[in-house]
Write a protein that binds this ligand. Structure first.
Ligand code: DC
Length: 227
């Protein structure tokens, strides 16, 4: 009897589309691991900023990421936590300064190579719901299921502002919308692994439907096909 290959659901989409909530809830329902790859790019960005490294110093940033230790814990009681070089950065990576700089750090090829290989190692170990920008297109092109989740930029700004408020950050709505649009532009026009809709993905527009409805749709599809 052969060893069963772990299964994967790839969820891609732009900032604030609701894909994190969806990925988390789908993982919980199926009892699979939730891997938030955006958090990994954010953790590297945090480290770059903490060390005062010039964002143009590509070689130094690449060597920093190659020498960094990154750990992700999936304790169901505590939620996902992320550590870089032993430091718990789960909350710090959501700070506006990290958000502002993450697109630029994640456009560096050395950073992407290191994180993509780590993401593939994680997906080889367990059934995963992996969310990001390039999961279905680059990281796991063989994923069993691929979804692309999107929503209008004004709806996404509104959701981000609510999330940030819960964490104690207050940012004007139109500033958030501008930032989201700027990040979309950078993420989808960068040279290496840009944000794009994988050819074989199911596209779900979340503007008018709730995250719960999307979760049900995905979970039902997976359950039906594995029954
Ligand atoms: O999903 P998020 O907003 O936390 O992602 C933060 C940034 O990380 C996003 O602007 C682009 C980058 N990212 C990426 O380039 N590739 C991924 N697979 C995930 C995120």
């Amino acid at each position: 009897m052969g060893i069963m290959k772990p299964k994967a659901i790839a969820i891609d989409g732009p900032a604030g589309s609701g894909k994190s909530t969806v990925a988390r809830e789908v993982a919980k329902a199926l009892q699979w691991k939730h891997i938030d790859t955006g958090a990994m790019y954010r953790a590297v960005t945090y480290l770059v900023l903490k060390n005062n490294i010039d964002l143009n110093n590509i070689d130094l940033i690449s060597s920093l990421v190659n020498n960094a230790r990154m750990e992700i814990s999936n304790d169901p009681n505590r939620g996902n936590e992320i550590f870089i070089n032993g430091e718990n950065v789960t909350k710090a990576i959501r700070e506006p300064l990290v958000t502002k700089n993450v697109s630029s750090v994640s456009s560096i090829e050395g950073v992407r190579l290191a994180l993509v290989s780590l993401q593939r190692i994680l997906a080889a170990k367990d059934n995963v719901v992996m969310e990001g920008r390039d999961i279905g297109s680059v990281v796991l092109p063989e994923a069993d299921y691929k979804f692309y989740i999107t929503a209008s930029s004004s709806e996404r700004a509104l959701r981000r502002s609510k999330d940030l408020e819960k964490m104690g950050f207050k940012i004007e709505l139109d500033e958030l919308q501008r930032e989201i649009e700027a990040r979309d532009h950078m993420d989808s026009t960068r040279a290496v692994n840009p944000l794009k809709i994988p050819v074989d993905a199911t596209v779900i527009d979340c503007t008018a439907i709730t995250a719960k409805e999307v979760v049900n749709l995905i979970v039902n599809k997976v359950m039906e096909e594995s029954a």
